[in-house]
Write a protein that binds this ligand. Structure first.
Ligand code: AMP
Ligand code: TRP
Length: 336
C-alpha cells in the first residue's frame, strides 16, 4: 500500500508595500520555486500588517494585487502553493487577539524592529505597530507551520512566536506546532547599491535597489551608478570592497558562475564592462518575469480566481486550528 507522507508545512508572509526588489527575488521568491514540490507552502500577502502605517486605500489594493502578480510571474504555481491575502482569512485577527493575551509588554518592548519603526514614525506609534509581532505569531501558528523562511531581521519575531506558542501549549496541551526558521542554502544576501554594507531593501530610496519590475534601461543605469571603489579590481573581498563583492554575488547567483570564474573573466577590464555584465544577467533573469507579469496582471478574472481559491484553502486550515483553540480556552461552542 502506498504510504502517504505528510509534507512539512512552510509559511511566509510578505508585506505588500513598496516594490519587490532583486533582493526579494534572489533571497526569497526564487527559492520558493524550489520548495513547492517538497513542502506544503503558504504565502500570505500581509495587508493587515501593512495597516500599522497609514495607507492610501486604492494604493494598498493595487499593491496587494501587484505583489500577488509578481509571485505568480516568478513561477509560483497557485495549485501547489496557497497564495492569499491575509485580510481575507479573518482567523488571523481572531488568533492574534488571543495570543495578545499570552504576550507580555516587556517582550514586545524588547523588539528591535518596534524600536526602529517607532523612531522612524514618531508621529504614529500605534498599538498595532507594538503588537505587530503577535499578529505575525498568529499567522504562523494558525497553520501548524513547521518552517518559516525569513531574513535575519525577522529572527527575533520568530523567537517570540515560538515563546508564545510554547507558553500557550504549556497551559492547554499541544495545540500549536512550534516552528523553526528556514534559512535557504542558496541565495545570497543582496546589498544596497549605494550603501553596500546594508541590505537592499524596498523601503529605501529608489536608486539603492533594483525592483523586479524595473525596465532594462533603468536596471542598467542603476547598476552603472552602483558604488564600487577606486581599486579597480574585480575580486571577492566583502570587507575591503563591499560594493564589488555585492555585484559579484548578484552575478554569481544569477549566472551560476563562481567568484573565481568572475574574477578570471572581468578583473582588469574596468568596472564599466563588469557592471554591464551584471546588468545583462539581471535583465536576462527579470525580463521573462516582467513579461509574465504583464499578462497576469491584465487578467483580472484569473487573479480573482487565484485569490478566492487561496483564501478558501487557507481558511480551511485556519478553521481547524481555531476550532481546537476555541475549545481549549473555553469559548462556548456555536455553529457558524
Ligand atoms: P522584506 O522585503 O524585508 O519583507 O523581505 C521579504 C523576504 O525577502 C525575506 O524572506 C528576506 O529574506 C528576503 N529578502 C529581502 N531583502 C533581501 C535582500 N536584500 N537579500 C536577500 N534576501 C532578501
Ligand atoms: N514581518 C515580516 C516582514 O516584515 C512579514 C511577515 C508577516 C511574516 N507575517 C509573517 C514573515 C509570518 C514570516 C511569517 O518581513
Amino acid at each position: 500500500m502506498e504510504q502517504q507522507i505528510q509534507k512539512k508545512r512552510i509559511f511566509s508572509g510578505i508585506q505588500p508595500t513598496g516594490n519587490l526588489t532583486l533582493g526579494n527575488y534572489i533571497g526569497a521568491l526564487r527559492n520558493f520555486n524550489l520548495l513547492q514540490d517538497e513542502y506544503d507552502c503558504l504565502y500570505s500577502i500581509v495587508d493587515m500588517h501593512a495597516m500599522t502605517v497609514r495607507q492610501n486605500p486604492a494604493e494598498l489594493r493595487k499593491a496587494c494585487l501587484r505583489t500577488m502578480s509578481i509571485f505568480l510571474a516568478s513561477g509560483l504555481d497557485p495549485q501547489k502553493n496557497i497564495i492569499y491575502f491575509q485580510s481575507q482569512v479573518p482567523q488571523h485577527a481572531e488568533l492574534a487577539w488571543i495570543l495578545n493575551c499570552f504576550t507580555y509588554m516587556g517582550e514586545l518592548q524588547r523588539m528591535t524592529q518596534f524600536k526602529d519603526k517607532a523612531a522612524k514614525h514618531a508621529d504614529n506609534i500605534n498599538a498595532g505597530l507594538f503588537t505587530y509581532p503577535v499578529l505575525m505569531a498568529a499567522d504562523i501558528l494558525l497553520y501548524q507551520t513547521d518552517l518559516v523562511p525569513i531574513g535575519e531581521d525577522q529572527r527575533q519575531h520568530l523567537e517570540l512566536c515560538r515563546d508564545v506558542g510554547q507558553r500557550f501549549n504549556a497551559v492547554y496541551g499541544d495545540v500549536f506546532t512550534i516552528p523553526e526558521g528556514y534559512f535557504p542554502k542558496v541565495g545570497a544576501r543582496v546589498m544596497s547599491l549605494q550603501e553596500p554594507t546594508r541590505k537592499m531593501s524596498k523601503s529605501d530610496p529608489e536608486d539603492t535597489y533594483i525592483a523586479i519590475l524595473d525596465k532594462p534601461e533603468i536596471i542598467r543605469k542603476k547598476l552603472r551608478r552602483a558604488v564600487t571603489d577606486c581599486e579597480n579590481r574585480v575580486v571577492y573581498d566583502p570587507e575591503k570592497q563591499p560594493g564589488v563583492a555585492n555585484l559579484m554575488s548578484i552575478l554569481s547567483a544569477l549566472s551560476g558562475m563562481s567568484m573565481d570564474a568572475i574574477t578570471a573573466e572581468y578583473d582588469g577590464k574596468g568596472y564599466g564592462i563588469f557592471k554591464d555584465a551584471v546588468a545583462d544577467a539581471v535583465i536576462a533573469a527579470l525580463e521573462p518575469i516582467q513579461k509574465r507579469y504583464d499578462e497576469i496582471s491584465a487578467d483580472k478574472a484569473y487573479l480573482q480566481e487565484v485569490l478566492q481559491s487561496g483564501a478558501e484553502r487557507a481558511s480551511n486550515i485556519a478553521h481547524r486550528t481555531m476550532l481546537k483553540v476555541r475549545k481549549k480556552i473555553g469559548y462556548a461552542p456555536f455553529k457558524l
